[in-house]
Design a protein around this ligand. Structure first.
Ligand SMILES: [Zn+2]
Length: 142
């Protein structure tokens, strides 16, 4: 099977990774102590950050990926180039099922997802690999 590819320049990838890693510092995770940072790059070249925001009522908390996409979407963006997600563990963590569905709304199967471990090393995958046979906007016929 072919390895995932991406269209990012070296400069874009460096910016995306450093912003996602730095975004871990803004996580609100007093319960899990599990910091997650995310950064999404728009097709127009803008970066939007996210971090996990927990809640005393555990299920109410939200993930870094959804915060990053939400920030970008409310700023008017709908077209995205890539996302990076950073945690402190090794190997790198991948987005949860809820985030996979959330991200699939705005991405194609080839959309690159860079997952960074605590040492700054990354694994590259795609939305299609994370969420095959997904239900999305294209499934509505009305
Ligand atoms: Zn998630």
């Amino acid at each position: 099977m072919a390895s995932p590819t991406h269209q990012l320049s070296t400069r874009e990838l460096e910016a995306l990774s450093s912003k996602a890693i730095t975004a871990k510092d803004t996580a609100y995770c007093p319960y899990s102590k599990f910091r997650v940072g995310a950064c999404v790059l728009t097709q127009s070249g803008e970066y939007f950050l996210g971090a996990n925001v927990e809640n005393a009522s555990y299920p109410v908390g939200t993930c870094a990926e959804r915060v990053a996409f939400g920030n970008a979407v409310v700023a008017g963006h709908r077209d995205f180039k890539a996302i990076a997600v950073a945690t402190d563990i090794k190997p790198a963590a991948s987005p949860c099922g809820m985030c996979r569905q959330f991200m699939s709304e705005f991405t194609s199967p080839s959309f690159p997802v860079f997952m960074y471990d605590g040492e700054g090393n990354h694994t590259l995958t795609t939305m299609g690999k994370l969420l095959p046979h997904s239900f999305g906007p294209g499934d509505f016929t009305h």
